[in-house]
Design a protein around this ligand. Structure first.
Ligand code: 1PW
Length: 207
């Protein structure tokens, strides 16, 4: 157990965190959501320096949400949205540091992750193609040209599919693929509930 604690990180922890997010009342719990993101960031950082600009932004956003979580004790994304909307939609839109606009960025990135993992599971061997396709179908439309360019360059440095399945550290390639098949629906669920929540409150285009 000591070796496991100190040892290399497994993507299973990330996927377990996203599994723990959704309650029976279809709320998205903030603590496991942020825990999932912390794990994802560790994973991104293990992919090397080219991914540091990508993880840096996620680090800042998770830190902002953690601070708000400590301050207000929000249990769920639903309670965060409710709290921030109480000041009125105009006030919320004017805030560059709101929890809502910050969650929205992570939420869009989660879609990218979901599509990428689906691609990885499908067997396509070219991870850079998978990652670029996933990005173009999700985050890219929200990014300016210079970010799109830098991201696309970073994707070329992604390890091969086999190496990727190995650094996930969940066992053999077959076991890693099986775990993806189990975990992707949970990420999809978190994404779907969040999307509905933001759509319901007209928050999907928060600046
Ligand atoms: C191997 C695949 C893993 C997917 C993990 C997703 C990580 C998401 C981070 C993407 C960040 C790209 C560079 C940052 C751009 C920011 O300008 C942008 N942030 C996001 C998350 O899209 C928008 O944030 P802003 O500038 O409106 O605060």
């Amino acid at each position: 157990a000591a070796a496991a604690a100190a040892g290399p990180f497994s993507l299973r922890e990330v996927l377990d965190a996203f599994r723990r997010c959704v309650t029976e009342q279809r709320e998205v719990l903030l603590e496991p959501y942020l825990s999932g993101w912390r794990g994802l960031i560790r994973f991104l950082q293990s992919l090397g320096a080219v991914f540091s600009f990508i993880s840096k932004d996620a680090v800042a956003k998770v830190a902002l949400l953690e601070a708000q979580h400590r301050q207000h004790r929000f249990v769920s994304l639903q309670s965060l949205v409710q709290h921030e909307l109480a000041a009125g939609p105009a006030a919320l839109r004017a805030r560059p540091d709101s929890g809502c606009r910050t969650v929205l960025r992570l939420h869009r990135a989660l879609r990218w992750l979901q599509l990428f993992l689906e691609g990885l599971r499908s067997g396509e061997p070219r991870t850079s193609v998978l990652c670029t396709d996933a990005y173009n179908a999700s985050l890219a439309q929200h990014h300016p040209w210079v970010v799109r360019k830098a991201a696309t360059v970073a994707f070329c440095a992604l390890p091969s599919r086999d190496a990727f399945l190995e650094i996930m550290n969940v066992g053999s390639a077959d076991e890693a693929v099986a775990m993806l098949g189990e975990a992707i629906p949970y990420i999809g669920d978190v994404y779907g509930i969040t999307q509905e929540l933001f759509a319901e409150h007209k928050l999907l285009d928060l600046p």
